[in-house]
Design a protein around this ligand. Structure first.
Ligand code: F6R
Length: 605
């Protein structure tokens, strides 16, 4: 996600800001920029791509001087990654520059209002309204203009602002987005993330929602939302850089597992209005299609397998899911009545891109579900829905997968509404269950310490099976992949009813079978498969819905997850499986964030 930082003091701000931005790189970003006050004007530098490109530009500009400035790494949300959309943004009169993390929900309204007054906007971002409104409100008092400006903003923000007319002063403000002030001697800082501060100072002020900081080289004053100065404590931190980047977690994978409630919320909430699913970006007539084909790789394909079940069940339209590396060479039968859904966290997976091109050539309409804004898949698709999971750093996807499934479920409900294959009651109930996914994901995360203990019990099983039926089987595919890719243990996902057709030969005493049992319609059937493996000496770890008592008689160990609609269960039941994979890998001493032989983005065939 975006990162912001700022410095005011006696040293040149440029190198300090660039160093801060490098520290924020781990969060993922697509462009970066800095602005400094110098000679009564604001100077800016921006670059698409790496911070190193920005450093090259900075080094080629010997006159880029100033002792007070702000910096930003951008993860595109409103508008493609480009120099124009990169932060900082400058007001039309050149007097103010802003960096911003978060989303201004009412930006369109403010923008239209300012345009009526003749103010010209340069970028496609929501952020630019902040700086233009600030300049419009400015009548000589920086603080007053800023307070007035932020009182108009809905959404979330952590912002840093400088003014050409107020050398050495930075204002920073926060609402629902992280912001810290770094306190030094004769120099002060701000940042969205402790990593950008720890190499300069370990004394920080935690800003709370609604607060505004006035930062000068010798003082930090903090005001409440009415502009009254308040006392804030200075906290001394003793984190080093590596632990700071992971917000205190030992691995990015755990940080990202824990971020899932937030990632789901960001993906779901903006698209539900008055209990209806709204996809502003989707001008698609579902009646045009007689079939849907889903394609992707790895975990994204597994999300597609869940999506197949949900779309088919709600829209009553045939849906196939197929790995992209197969589809691309199979000469598939499709035409202009086929909707192809491609799913990709990175948006850069080579096989997925090739498969999608093949489908487009055959006349299919392509809808992409992608996490990285402006990625190749997002650009090539006819339509694109973004998961707002934020950057994923660990090679093994976690929040990428759950947000993909949530978005597929939303699409299915939306499409079923259009096709009139869902009753009003069922639509409303699905929307409620979708809205409750973040909270239920949070409750599933409460199983953390219990899952850790189970991993300590089972970590030395050299070969495991994940079984389930219907939606549970789709989730089993992902649970098994998660385990094998980071722990290097052999693991297979099997449709529970298929075991007896051969694979049951591999079940022997002590073998661990993970049985996913959240698809209640087929619970009894899965139980009979559990009994079959238990009869051959297997140990069974079951995942079932809260309230399920009978599972305790069947399995050796049970993890109960919050109940949700059976079609949505994979989003929740996968969470203890992610934790299980994590702790098993940890017990086995594996390199969790960078498993051997794997890459985060597979851009080659
Ligand atoms: C597994 C994993 C991979 C990816 C696959 C597709 O944890 O991350 O299986 O899901 O390589 O990547 P994207 O989604 O970037 O297309």
């Amino acid at each position: 996600m975006c990162g912001i930082t700022g410095y005011t003091g006696v040293n040149q701000a440029g190198p300090i800001l660039l160093e801060g931005l490098k520290r924020l790189e781990y969060r993922g970003y697509d462009s970066a920029g800095i602005a400094v006050q110098g000679d009564n004007e604001i100077k800016m530098l921006k670059a698409t791509g790496k911070v190193s490109h920005l450093v090259d530009k900075f080094e080629a500009e010997p006159d880029f001087k100033g002792v007070c400035g702000i910096g930003h790494t951008r993860w595109a949300t409103h508008g493609i990654p480009s120099d124009t959309n990169a932060h900082p943004h400058l007001s039309a009169d050149g007097k103010f520059a802003v960096v911003h993390n978060g989303i201004i929900e009412n930006f369109a309204e403010i923008r239209a209002e300012l345009q009526k007054y003749g103010i010209e906007f340069k970028s496609e971002t929501d952020t630019e309204v902040i700086v233009q409104l600030l300049a419009y409100n400015y009548k000589g008092n920086f603080k007053k203009a800023l307070m007035k400006t932020i009182s108009r903003l809905n959404g979330s923000y952590a912002i840093g602002v400088i003014s050409a007319e107020h050398p050495g002063t930075i204002f920073a403000a926060k609402l629902s987005s992280p912001l810290l002030i770094g306190v030094g001697i004769g120099e002060n800082y701000f940042a969205s993330d402790i990593t950008a501060l720890v190499s300069n100072t370990k004394d920080v002020i935690d800003m709370d929602d609604g607060e505004v900081a006035e930062i000068t080289p010798d003082a930090v004053k903090v005001y409440d939302h009415s502009g009254n100065e308040i006392n804030k404590e200075i906290r001394h931190i003793n984190w080093d850089i590596a632990s700071a980047e992971k917000s205190g977690y030992e691995h990015f994978m755990m940080k990202e597992i824990m971020e899932q409630p937030q990632a789901l919320k960001a993906t779901i909430e903006p698209r539900i209005r008055d209990e209806e699913i709204v996809f502003e970006e989707l001008d698609l007539d579902m009646k045009k299609f007689n079939r849907v084909h889903i394609t992707a790789c790895g975990s994204a394909y597994h999300a597609g397998c869940v999506g197949r079940g949900i779309i088919e069940s709600l829209c009553r339209i045939p849906v196939e899911a197929e790995v992209a590396s197969e589809l691309r060479y199979r000469d598939p039968i499709m035409d202009d009545k086929t909707l192809v859904i491609v799913i990709s966290q990175s948006g850069e997976t080579a096989d997925t891109i090739a498969a999608m091109k093949e489908c487009k050539e055959k006349g299919a309409t392509v809808l992409a579900i992608v996490n990285v804004v402006g990625s190749s898949i997002a650009k090539l698709a006819d339509y694109c829905l973004y998961t707002w999971a934020g950057p994923e750093i660990a090679v093994a996807t976690t929040k990428g997968y759950t947000t993909q499934v949530a978005l597929l479920a939303m699409f299915a409900v939306w499409a079923a509404g259009q096709l009139k294959t869902i009753s009003h009651g069922a639509y409303a109930s699905m929307v409620i269950d979708i809205m409750r996914l973040p909270e239920r994901a949070q409750r599933a995360l409460d199983l953390n310490s219990r899952v850790k203990k189970l991993a300590e019990k089972y970590y030395d099983n050299q070969s495991l099976f994940f079984i389930g039926r219907n939606m549970d089987y789709a989730a089993a595919l992902e649970g098994s992949l998660k385990l094998k890719e980071i722990s290097y243990l052999h693991s297979e996902a099997y449709a529970a009813g298929e075991l007896k057709h051969g694979t049951i030969a591999l079940i022997e005493p002590g073998r661990l079978v993970v049985a996913l049992c959240c698809y209640e319609k087929l619970f009894e059937k899965t139980v009979s498969n559990i009994q079959q493996v238990k009869a051959r000496g297997a140990r069974v770890l079951a995942v079932a819905h809260e309230g399920n008592r009978s599972i305790f008689q069947e399995a050796d160990d049970v993890l109960l997850v919050p109940q949700t609609d059976p079609l949505l269960a994979p989003v929740i039941e996968i969470i203890p499986m992610q934790l299980f994979a994590y702790y098993v890998a940890k017990e086995n001493g594996c390199d969790i964030d960078k498993p051997k032989n794997l890459a985060k983005s597979v851009t080659v065939e």
